[in-house]
Design a binder for this molecule. Sequence first.
Ligand SMILES: [Zn+2]
Ligand SMILES: [Zn+2]
Length: 343
Amino acid sequence: MLAYTYIEKGKFGLTEKPKPKITDARDAIVRVTLGSICTSDLHIKHGSVPRAIPGTTVGHEMVGVVEEVGTGVTSVKPGDRVTVNVETFCGKCFFCQHGYVNNCTDLNGGWALGCRIDGGQAEYVRVPYADQGLNRIPDTVSDEQALFVGDILATGFWATRISEITEKDTVLIIGAGPTGICTLLCSMLKNPKHIIVCEKSPERVRFIREHYPDVLITTPDNCKEFVLKNSDHGGADVVLEVAGSEDSFQMAWECARPNATVTIVALYDKPLLFPLPDMYGKNLIFKTGGVDGCDCAEILQLIEEGKIDTTPLITHRFALNEIEEAYRVFENKLDGVIKIAIY
Ligand SMILES: [Zn+2]
Ligand SMILES: [Zn+2]
């Protein structure tokens, strides 16, 4: 089968590999019907994910059809259409039992698919702990509607859940990339008083204006002032930092009102300064990143009910054998790309 593979730092390539086999009773083999490319794939390519293993098939955003299951799998059967979770988790350890599945203590717990074990930019993928890692897609939900459930949408859902947003809140979301938009969609479900999105790219600002006209938009230069003007208590009640730069981190805590919750969704590529003396007296609550992707069944239900729609994010479609070109477009942010579907 065809598999897009992490060959060495700076190099991915389309290679021919044998179709994966069941190696454990809790495995399933899934025929990938639709996949996507994530910024994390680019992080692997550029060598900034040290635990990624060369030779591994990349890709951790996908949906498909179950081909085969191990004898210990009970929740899905061959022929089921499923979403695949970015995280591998056993469902039994202390962290899994508490819903902190990102910290599953299994050898492959956390983000393994498309990083340490073969992922989904391929024709088939082996999914360990299939009862945890797969969710059945309702018949009325299409592959494109379900494509982001296991990764970026799970991230947005988790981030808004832990941020405990209420209807009285002004919520600030910093960064309107794909994960920022998923965070926005999930925040909208909580009906806060205002949602402010801070984004510097004119293209993305246009996208937000076009699809979500009720959302207030500001740019980084103007953000602090804008938030002050549009909130009741001297800053945002909840801040979700999805942009991932030094400046966006500083903006996140500066735009928060005293006693606000600041949720860090972003992944930074270098250590940041946490200037406690400057924050002193603001009594902020920080929550830090690493999605616990265990709400996929609930997310699929919300999609089925028409409450979440991520299909506008899919701006481009490529076949698996054109994936080099898909990466070129995604990596260089060409042609207004937000997300790419690989079929
Ligand atoms: Zn991802
Ligand atoms: Zn576990």
